[in-house]
Design a binder for this molecule. Sequence first.
Ligand code: AG3
Length: 270
Amino acid sequence: MNTWFSELQTHNVSLGLKIEDVLWREKTPYQELAVLQTEAYGRMLVLDGAIQTTSLDEFVYHEMIAHVPLLLHPNPRKVAVIGGGDGGAIREILQHTGIEEAHLIEIDERVVDASKRFFPDIAKGLQDDRTHVHFTDGIAWVKQARNFDVILVDSTDPVGPAEGLFVPEFYQSIYDALSEDGIMVAQSESPFLEPDIIQRVINGVSQAFPVTRLYLASVPTYPSGLWSFTLGAKKALQLPRQVPLKTRYWTPEIQKSCFHLPVFVEELIR
Ligand code: AG3
């Protein structure tokens, strides 16, 4: 079979991957969902043509979206993930022994079903007693949520269902849903290909939070391969706590170095 999937990442950049098999395809009430078997990156989840995760590089994104903020919080017990229906962020959150409740707020139940079926290793945390899955709109859910220690926004790109997750009012609702030491992180796209989105997220988060920081990680299947996360904190950041974690990307050194930005990224957010 000589079949290729390509994601049109921008109007003039695409990433092509050789496909061994189409494992699943459906139109959900919210988006088009596909699970493809790739030669280079294993199984891959695609939503509306955009690569969400692959079995070979998912660990980078999920470790970095979860561990970086959780280790900067003094005692995270109650955590929520907006989006992230594959369950990868939840899996990493549950490595932290103090976690009492991990809430997943995913609008599209079919994403969770597909992940449980095709990515059991990514989805395994969804079965845990501490996990609570809510199939509802994250924007409305956050408005009524209170006393969360950490909230992660593990969204798709700001088109379609995720658009409202990239506006200042949403970051303000997250602020209100967090307890006094609260920290949020939102995935904020690629500094090479989507600099304006990073600026938009940084501006929005800093309207609500006194502390705003950007950090980076390398995710080969996302546009440009260099990915950003925007962190907002209610209080000045302390040194990261030291806890044993089983990881393949994150290290205690990367916890610190990921905040050291290349010149062009520093200039972008200045
Ligand atoms: N969330 C971020 C996906 C953004 C990728 N964008 C793209 N391929 N154009 C991923 C969900 C993983 N839990």
